[in-house]
Write a protein that binds this ligand. Sequence first.
Ligand SMILES: *[C@@H]1O[C@H](CO)[C@@H](O)[C@H](O)[C@H]1NC(C)=O
Ligand SMILES: *[C@@H]1O[C@H](CO)[C@@H](O)[C@H](O)[C@H]1NC(C)=O
Ligand SMILES: *[C@@H]1O[C@H](CO)[C@@H](O)[C@H](O)[C@H]1NC(C)=O
Length: 733
Amino acid sequence: MVPAWLCLLCLFIPQAFPGAQPAEVYVDVPENYGGNFPLYLTKLPLPRKETEGQIVLSGDSGVAAEGPFAVDPQSGFLLVTRALDREEQAEYQLQVTLETEDGRVLWGPQHVLVHVKDENDQASGHQATATVDVSIVENTWVPLDPVHLAENLQVPYPHHIAQVHWSGGDVHYHLESQPLGPFDVDKEGKLYVTRELDREAQAEYLLQVRAQNTRGEDYPAEPLELHVVVMDENDNMPVCPPRGPAISIPELSPPGTKVAKLSAEDADAPGSPNSHVVYRLLSPEPEEGAEGRAFELDSTSGSVTLGAAPLQAGQNILLQVLVIDLGGAEGGLSSTCEIAVTIMDINDHAPEFTTSQIEPLSLPEDTEPGTLVTTLMATDADLEPAFRLMDFAIEAGDVEGTFGLDWEPDSGRVQLRLLKNLSYEAAPSHKLVVVVRSVAEPVGPDPGPGATVTVTVLVERVTPPPQLDQESYQASVPVSTPAGSLLLTIRPSDPMSNPLRFSLVNDSEGWLCIEEVSGEVHIARALQGAQPGDKYTVLVEAQDADEPTLSTSATLVIHFLKAPSAPTPTVAPEPSRHLCTPRQDRGVVVGGPRGDPDLAGGHGPYSFALGPNPTAQRDWRLRALNGSHAYLTLGLHWVEPREHVVPIVVSHHDRVWQIQVRVIVCRCNVEGQCMRKVGRMKGMPTKLSAVGILVGTLIAIGIFLILIFTHLTLARKKDLDQPVDSVPLKAAV
Ligand SMILES: *[C@@H]1O[C@H](CO)[C@@H](O)[C@H](O)[C@H]1NC(C)=O
Ligand SMILES: *[C@@H]1O[C@H](CO)[C@@H](O)[C@H](O)[C@H]1NC(C)=O
Ligand SMILES: *[C@@H]1O[C@H](CO)[C@@H](O)[C@H](O)[C@H]1NC(C)=O
């Protein structure tokens, strides 16, 4: 654009002094010039080499040139910014120097004389100049080359980036930025960036500059476009992906198992080193002495895999990965990313008992079903609660189901319980094999010997203590009962049980005695001091004859009754009964007194005793059956067979009866029954007829004998007539 201007300027420069030595420059300026300002006057003869200096323009007396003159630092033209008036000032003395910032003069001073010409009658000449302006516009309003600007540029702002120029009067520049950006244009068409740019916010701008007249109307020309390209700087560090939940990896996973892929973002220009990130594993560090790392990281792809070093179930590991841009080169920006990894448990451990063998246990035979035999403990080395659930079973030794197991699946504690009665005879010992298994499907080797435990249970034989036929005994006796009277007999409840030995524990009065073997309780001495209505309680002890440690006891309560003034006659004789002798295992039941009006409804309780007749006491035994009946048996092995009348004293509270019991004792036949029964058979002869028969029989025998003797006598008479040696010897007897 400068050459076009020079053509115009030649009109105003009749005299110039080009040359190395700064001779004075003379410039003519028409007064009241009606074209556009600034008006370029002349190119100053500035030296080409000295580009660093600053052009300084000063006025006549060396002070700065206030007012209408200036020098365009780019082109080196002297220009005037407004119209000059010759009447106001006809000449201007200027000087131009090139100086460093600290005021050292590099070149100059160049003196310039500006002369204001009187141009009153040259208005038509300006019209012609306006035509030339059009061609100048076409030359200066040319497309601009793209501008490359570094982001974050540290320079004073606003910062000049380009220049446009519309050659015409009264131009006003209007700038638009697509998208909106920190750009500005000043009156002179200088484009500025007003603050730092950020490529990551906006990488390119399209600026459009329009030339407008003072009324804000566009000059009829396309707007000038300027591409501003923001150049990348490595001002963004790599950004880690958000940390997600922990990644679960099953334990015992082989090396090379994929764990995660880390991909960090870098906002700097894609494809440039500024966004080229590489990865480095910071932690976990390899363990001392381990054969490798637990994790391997591919530095390019960021993928994490399992390494050779083993990991334990339940471990929580935080991987720390350093991400560096510039491909890891010196000066790259970095971030540390974290990946949480949890090593999941698998069911690779079988549960095991804490003891493999336990001492034999003894259980008494009478242990109640449900009793706890023993508690076994098992453990499982897995961590996951679901893998620690256990099942137990008795695998051998309990075909009958005598034992059972009770457990809570998650406790590891199992109770061995007795379910059925034990029997020493059936099985004196049990050898139970208990096994434990994991509820969840196990992984890995089969359970070892620790999954089995053997429990030996020994059954202890139990002999039950003796039992008596009553829990307590009662008897009522008149205070006058003589010594030796049988009171009652204490017996075992089971006659087949071991024999017992009886004793009285606390018979402090010495009134009673008990037969050690039979259990018969007798009055030992006269009941002196006993008062009717009193009670006397003694404790009877019964010991097992074979095992004296086994014993039992019962109370015997004796109620004393008033002595019968004279034993009341028999209420009613008991009907007779039969017993055979020698003594058999039989007796007769004796009831209470019949016809007793007070007791007609109830039966007792009575107490029974043999009457105080020594023969009766010797020959008979009486035992209470219950409150209303007693049992009478022979007291001796042999009792004379005949009819006996047995006196029995029956008492109830303080009332006493004596009853006579008729018992017919007969001989026993082979079946142990009374022979007398035959004599009762119908059609048998009476005594008289029997005597008749006997006499008749004897007479018949006598006749028979007479006949024989007669016959023998006749025969001997015949023999006497015969020779002697013919007589048989036997006949001589
Ligand atoms: C077990 O023994 C008890 C007491 O000895 C007895 O009462 C029960 O009936 C017995 N049970 C079985 C099933 O034999
Ligand atoms: C004997 O012992 C029993 C039970 O302890 C008791 O009730 C009774 O009074 C005692 N008898 C005498 C005479 O001490
Ligand atoms: C007592 O025993 C006798 C003979 O065994 C029997 O007939 C009677 O019913 C029994 N009385 C009571 C109250 O048990």
